[in-house]
Write a protein that binds this ligand. Structure first.
Ligand code: ADP
Ligand code: MG
Length: 343
């Protein structure tokens, strides 16, 4: 069991506050992803949970017990880092067994735990190799193996796949998902990559500048982003945003938006191309990007930054085409002046 609770948790380095009051509950067995741009405090928050950084203020509890002053080794937590942190002079087997040896676990038990881990991670043929004889993905699996053998209640991952190439990242992502299904432990996974967040998470915690912008399921964040930041961070390509004062003010009437709406957001796949004169916007195509399963059309409305429209691969649109765009009202996101979602 490991239900994690953070209550107004803060972290300062000298006068600078980098974690600015986090309230969050992570349920037992949940796969929680911290996502946000570089420098927003993801690693710091994770390291505070692990006990590698002090908590300046607030309370962190596991199953109702205060953890602020409990040593890292006593929290039932194992952490996997981006850098793997393997011992180069130890074999795969010795690397995975290292922590157990330090804890003076009996040899027979070490053997059994390590064998279980290497089988689960498909490392059984590589146990006598040294880290330099392994690929990046294999090294990362050894790092995960080292976490597994301690049978922690909670696993923490800090950007564990960032050093791998794109194909391997997708593969390892599915392996981590399977690991969670199998072990049914609480996991917190840090990434700056919204695709990793969307694909892995039960619960996404979107962070910016040391604060939570939104917490919810991947679907919540995609379908009901609570503010402009969430709207533009989740989803690729990004949601198109139109400011309703100035050049796009006509949209307010055309889309029958409330008076307090200041921004209107439309995802690239929400636009329909309609006959001239029937749309809400008219735009000129600047670029058509072929993706294999779809095309991304970059089009300019007057002098504004291009908007992006997703179209089928067989689109006839070319540079210079003029298009008229419409959207159904259910697919419009609206935001107030302070960036918060309406309603
Ligand atoms: P992320 O993992 O989201 O990229 P970090 O948690 O590493 O972000 O950092 C959050 C903020 O805290 C950054 O602005 C970073 O410069 C600052 N920070 C991190 N560690 C320290 C430290 N030891 N001393 C001072 N500032 C730090
Ligand atoms: Mg980090």
């Amino acid at each position: 069991m490991a239900k994690l609770e953070l209550k107004d948790v803060r972290k300062s380095y000298g006068p600078v506050e980098v974690i600015k009051g986090i309230d969050l509950t992570i349920e037992d067995g949940e796969f929680c992803v911290f996502v946000g741009p570089s420098g927003c405090g993801k690693s710091t928050l994770l390291r505070m949970i692990a006990g590698l950084e002090d908590i300046s203020d607030g309370t962190f509890e596991i199953d109702g017990n205060r953890m602020n002053d409990i040593a890292p080794a006593k929290r039932g937590i194992a952490m996997v880092f981006q850098s793997y942190a393997l011992y180069p002079h130890l074999t795969v087997r010795e690397n995975i067994a290292f922590g157990l040896k330090v804890r003076k676990t009996p040899k027979a038990e070490i053997d059994s735990l390590v064998n279980e881990a290497v089988t689960m991670l498909q490392l059984d043929k590589l146990t006598e190799r040294y880290p330099r004889e392994l690929s990046g993905g294999q090294r990362q699996r050894v790092a995960i193996g080292r976490a597994i053998v301690g049978h922690p209640e909670t696993f923490l991952f800090d950007e564990p796949l960032s050093n791998l190439d794109a194909e391997l990242r997708v593969h390892m992502r599915t392996q981590i998902s399977e690991l969670h299904d199998r072990l049914k432990r609480t996991m917190i996974y840090v990434t700056h990559d919204q695709v990793e967040a969307m694909t892995l998470a039960d619960k996404i915690v979107l962070l910016r500048g040391g604060k939570i912008e939104q917490v919810g399921s991947p679907r919540d964040l995609y379908e009901r982003p609570q503010n402009l930041f969430a709207a533009q961070f989740i989803g690729a390509p990004k949601m198109n945003i139109f400011e309703l004062e100035g050049d796009f003010s006509a949209l307010r009437d055309q889309l029958q938006l409330p008076a307090d709406a200041q921004y209107c957001g439309i995802r690239p796949d929400s636009f329909d191309i309609v006959p001239e004169g029937e749309g809400i916007l008219s735009a000129t195509v600047r670029l058509v990007e072929y993706l294999g399963n779809a095309c991304l059309v970059h089009a300019k409305v007057d002098d504004h930054d291009p908007i992006i429209i997703e179209q089928p691969v067989d689109t006839q649109l070319r540079f210079g085409s003029t298009i008229s765009l419409s959207v159904t009202s259910a697919q419009i996101h609206i935001f107030a002046k302070d960036g918060d979602r309406i309603p």
